[in-house]
Design a protein around this ligand. Structure first.
Ligand SMILES: [Zn+2]
Length: 318
């Protein structure tokens, strides 16, 4: 990787969930052999990169990555196709909508944060028949989405001011790892939802990712600023003023593959409660110790050897 991570300016941050500054270092290496320091908060168990690049560093990183995606990925820069991405992610949206529809008891529109080319929203629109909106920081993807009828604001949530229109659903899929301030997103969602509105979050299960890859240095990524386990994510969302209605992971049970639903993820459906976000934290005393214990490097590596390496070995023999 050519991105100059080591020379990019870093900052130390407090825990985004509980505000604590007491943490334990889990690993000092990440993918691409980068010196990514991942830590776990000793109060709430949240895992994050610390110190981390400043906002400007991430902006540069995304700009570069975006250039790689559009220019280097195919002949004449056409390898990255908004159209193709829109079609493939539409199935994902349909599957997600089928999952949350039984919980959706209130009227209103649906908002996705980090909506990309609008494929997920197109699928949701098809299944629910509701009006859908997106917020997307990439100009090219936002304008593509709008051109195919998915109304998309080219903005960051911090700059989105259309607050008069409250939503029945606020959704984030495969974006939460990238947010520099997930707490802001949860508070924002709580504020933007109607009474009893739903928050839907789909994000990589870090522990499951570790079990699949065996080592921290294969799982900690430069752009995954925060890493979530199901237990800590639930506590984080509850503390934001929500009731968890549904949570599914495929970490322990081998589930049948549903077309469009990504594996190794956590999916949560939560209902907005009439509570002030973060007034009371939902952090059981043993949340940190249990989370840390579940990330034990030896246990993780043994799991990896038994489930991934051996399974692949036998698969090849058959
Ligand atoms: Zn914390």
């Amino acid at each position: 990787m050519s991105f100059p991570y080591n020379s990019t300016e870093k900052e130390n941050i407090s825990c985004n969930f509980c505000g604590g500054n007491d943490y334990k270092i889990l690993s000092k290496k990440g993918t691409d052999d980068l010196d990514l320091i991942s830590v776990i908060c000793k109060k709430c168990g949240l895992i994050f990169i610390n110190p981390r690049m400043k906002k400007e560093g991430y902006a540069l990183y995304y700009e570069k990555e975006y250039r790689d995606k559009t220019i280097n990925n195919g002949a004449g820069g056409s390898g990255f196709s908004c159209e193709r991405l829109h079609e493939t992610t539409k199935k994902h949206g349909e599957a997600l909508a089928n999952m949350f529809l039984p919980f959706l008891k209130v009227k209103g529109d649906i908002m996705e944060v980090g909506s990309g080319v609008g494929g997920v929203l197109a699928g949701i629109k098809k299944v629910t028949g509701r009006k859908v909106y997106g917020i997307e920081p990439s100009g090219q993807e936002a304008s593509y989405a709008s051109s195919v009828g998915i109304e998309t604001y080219h903005a960051l949530i911090e700059d989105f001011t259309d607050r008069e229109n409250k939503f029945a659903v606020v959704l984030s899929t495969q974006s939460l790892n990238h947010f520099l301030d997930p707490k802001y997103f949860f508070v924002w969602a709580h504020d933007c939802l109607v009474k009893d509105g739903l928050l839907i979050v789909e994000v990589m299960n870090f522990r499951h990712q570790l079990k699949k890859s065996g080592l921290f240095k294969n799982s900690v990524k430069i752009d995954h600023v925060y890493m979530f386990t199901p237990e800590v994510l639930k506590a984080f969302i509850e503390s934001s003023g929500f009731e968890i209605l549904h949570c599914d992971v495929d970490e322990y049970v081998k589930k049948e593959k549903i077309q469009g639903i990504p594996r190794v993820h956590i999916r949560i459906v939560a209902r907005k409660l009439n509570l002030t976000p973060f007034k009371n934290l939902s952090t059981p005393k043993d949340l940190y110790s249990k989370t840390l214990g579940s990330l034990n490097k030896f246990k993780i590596y043994m799991y990896y050897l038994l489930h991934s390496r051996l399974a692949n070995f036998f698969k090849k023999r058959v």
